[in-house]
Design a binder for this molecule. Sequence first.
Ligand SMILES: Nc1ncnc2c1ncn2[C@@H]1O[C@H](COP(=O)(O)OP(=O)(O)OP(=O)(O)O)[C@@H](O)[C@H]1O
Ligand SMILES: [Mg+2]
Length: 344
Amino acid sequence: MIELRNIIKTYETKGQKVEALKEFSFNFKKGEITGIIGYSGAGKSTLLRCINLLEIPSSGEVLINGVELNSLTQKELREKRKKIGMIFQHFNLMKSRTVYKNIAYPLKGSGLSKVEIDKRINELLELVGLKDKKNSYPSQLSGGQKQRVGIARALANKPDIILCDEATSALDPETTVSILKLLKKINKELGVTIVLITHQMNVIKEICDSLIVMKDGFVKEEGDIIDIFSNPKEAITKKFLSSVFNNDKIYNYLENVAIKTNEKVIKLAYVGNAAEEAYISKISRNFNVDASILFGNIEIIKETAIGNLVVKFKGLEENILNSIHYLSQNNIYTEVLKDGRKTI
Ligand SMILES: Nc1ncnc2c1ncn2[C@@H]1O[C@H](COP(=O)(O)OP(=O)(O)OP(=O)(O)O)[C@@H](O)[C@H]1O
Ligand SMILES: [Mg+2]
């Protein structure tokens, strides 16, 4: 759908060079919501702007549905861009125009009649839930309502793709969820492919199908959202995920937890139906190990449970080791966080 091949983008200001993108390659799948996360300066916005050539890559190719954008004439590129909507953090609405006129703006020169434009705008107002606000001005709207106008405007030309740059960063958590739900609805019902930049794993978790973790202009890690949430490989990915799973706080807390020689603190992580089996009680019964849960966190991501538990095992060394082995055999990730035998 959107194919980026070896994109390099170098900015030059006052003789200083900044390589914002370094050989960035990725294939965004049709109909998916792909999230891009990374620290400030990683090159996320640059990347997004390269997708519709608002930013011209220094080298590399951008292909949309197999067509290389660089090969298009200005007129063809303008047409292509109409099929790529954009949504911004600060909404970028025109203050002196009503909601209706803001949404109408991209339909200028579309060849549609006044009646057709009116019909289209009313459909969009209905879709984003702003029918009663069509004659309001942006200053009379809340942040969430402004972003709904931004979304309606982005959808005006029936795009195949929507690019969102920090679309929810200026919104409170509740409004964020409602905007993410709207984006998901647009993705599902209209089949729009969405590329979404954010700093927050919580946003990714809510709606993305796949994820790119960016660092210094590169793809550091990428993959299916469930794979990354259940088995992150890179340190930066783990760092982003620790905000979801509270890992840092747990590790700090554990430092001060005293354990006895016949105890171990174990982290257990599992995906999907491993949650339904009563493994903890089986361990107690079969291996004569006492298991007490210190922390538990279960996230439901794309209807799949991803669990992270921190459990204290108490019993004979051999029994504890057998329990760990048994869990591993049942596809439960195990990691000894603290070992009573090693603290003496
Ligand atoms: N127009 C520009 N001229 C010069 N340098 C730029 C320009 N735009 C971006 N950069 C530089 O390119 C790098 C990547 O910037 P970019 O805005 O893509 O990062 P980002 O990941 O979107 O960051 P943030 O999360 O803060 O929005 C930064 O070092 C930035 O200073
Ligand atoms: Mg940015």
